[in-house]
Design a binder for this molecule. Structure first.
Ligand SMILES: [Mg+2]
Length: 231
């Protein structure tokens, strides 16, 4: 058994992401507080996002549209224009956030680059993800940064084929059991789960801890040790 290709998720695996969305959601709930309770707003927003994900895909721009739609619904279209302008401003703030690389990432990526081929597979808005990869300072370590609209078996099969590596020789590393771990395992690849401090409700799934090709670590620094179990 040889793992020759390491495929990394990006958001909340290489750099912070979800915390910006939750910060924005909290501001949104404050803005709309005169119209609805915060927990009720959170539920309504999640329902709107679930409804829209097939249309908008993942990322900050679809999130902004779902915020606006939720504001309109909650207020029965009476939300003030100034509030909608503030919602748009908050969304643009997500797009302009600096890229904060997570602890342990730089040293791990630098050390594993000598022994493995490495790529990034991420979903989200194309321009935002490309910009974050460029601004992270990490892009030079990866031979490919692939932005995809969904992370399922078919997507992973296509990307691994494109770089010419059999799924059995790939290890996918990411913070989402649903998007990074389960589809990679189903394809015959290895998977390492690195949970982030917050998991978006739509990414929650149970980790198959007894799976022989699945490992869990708490910091990317532990990745070389996790990989050595399989080689
Ligand atoms: Mg992620």
């Amino acid at each position: 058994m040889t793992i020759s290709l390491l495929a990394f998720d990006a958001d909340d695996t290489l750099w912070h992401n979800e915390s910006y969305f939750r910060f924005t959601e909290d501001r949104f709930c404050e803005l709309l507080a005169p119209f609805a309770e915060a927990d009720h707003l959170g539920e309504r927003l999640l329902a709107t996002e679930r409804r829209n994900v097939d249309l908008y895909g993942y990322g900050a721009k679809g999130f902004m549209l779902s915020l606006i739609e939720t504001a309109l619904e909650i207020t029965e279209h009476r939300v003030p224009g100034a509030t909608l302008a503030e919602v748009l401003r908050l969304g643009k703030e997500i797009l302009a956030q600096p890229v904060e690389v997570l602890d342990g990432v730089v040293e791990t990526i630098e050390s594993l680059g000598g022994s493995h081929r490495m790529i990034v597979i991420t979903k989200g808005d194309l321009i935002h993800q490309e910009s974050k990869a460029a601004r992270s300072g990490l892009a030079e370590h990866f031979e490919l940064v692939e932005v995809v609209s969904e992370k399922d078996e078919a997507t992973y099969r296509r990307v691994f084929e494109r770089v010419g590596v059999a799924p059995e020789s790939v290890c996918m590393i990411g913070n989402s059991v649903k998007s990074d771990v389960l589809p990679a395992l189903a394809l015959g690849s290895y998977a390492v789960h690195v949970p982030y401090e917050i998991t978006w409700a739509m990414e929650r799934a149970e980790r198959p801890d007894d799976h022989p090709r699945c490992a869990a670590i708490t910091n990317l620094r532990e990745l070389p040790a996790a990989l050595s179990r399989w080689t």
